[in-house]
Design a protein around this ligand. Sequence first.
Ligand SMILES: Nc1ncnc2c1ncn2[C@@H]1O[C@H](COP(=O)(O)OP(=O)(O)OP(=O)(O)O)[C@@H](O)[C@H]1O
Ligand SMILES: [Mg+2]
Length: 196
Amino acid sequence: MIVTIANAKGGVAKTTSAIYLACAYARRFDEEAVILDADPQSSASLWRDMAEDQGEPLDGVDVRAANLSTLQRLRRTGSDGLVIVDAPPQGRLLEASVAAADLVVVPTSDSPLDLQQAWATMDAVPEGVSAAVLVVRAETRTRACRATLESLDEAGTPRFDAVVAKRQDVKAAMGHAPDKLREYAQVLDEIVEVAS
Ligand SMILES: Nc1ncnc2c1ncn2[C@@H]1O[C@H](COP(=O)(O)OP(=O)(O)OP(=O)(O)O)[C@@H](O)[C@H]1O
Ligand SMILES: [Mg+2]
């Protein structure tokens, strides 16, 4: 299955979500997950390199750089196991990342303001490709978080039931193998359910 993580807005936990989901998959199924790093910022590759340098490699996760050709080929061939594409915010690489996907995950914060970008990203997903919003870095007991979830539901926007809470350990995980997978374990369950 090919899961592309995309949002035209930056800093919405795309790379964090890619790494956590890949680790969740590798640990759950004892099978390798591939992350295609299609973002020129190469944060996923940097995360992998830092983790390796610290002596805590991302076991079962293979992070590879991806260009337009890689993504177009992926679209033609599909994938056996799980491939997660960490998409850039814009341009042809974003289009190719989305076009290759079986499922597009659009992370968004729990701020109603950020929803506009999430919806714009959802709207850009071509027909025939599934997409769902994932609320991340959420302060789950706040009014803003409830309002965000309500807005999504009122608009009939597909979303994950799992909401990823804002947490210090997730924030500090850059460059490490995640210790606790937190709500990403549930997010993976929902993805697997969609796939079957
Ligand atoms: N659940 C969380 N709780 C707290 N902080 C988080 C959480 N998820 C992500 N963050 C933090 O949010 C910031 C942005 O995350 P990340 O780099 O994954 O976003 P991105 O969408 O990949 O950004 P970019 O657009 O630069 O590629 C980082 O500092 C990260 O540590
Ligand atoms: Mg990123």
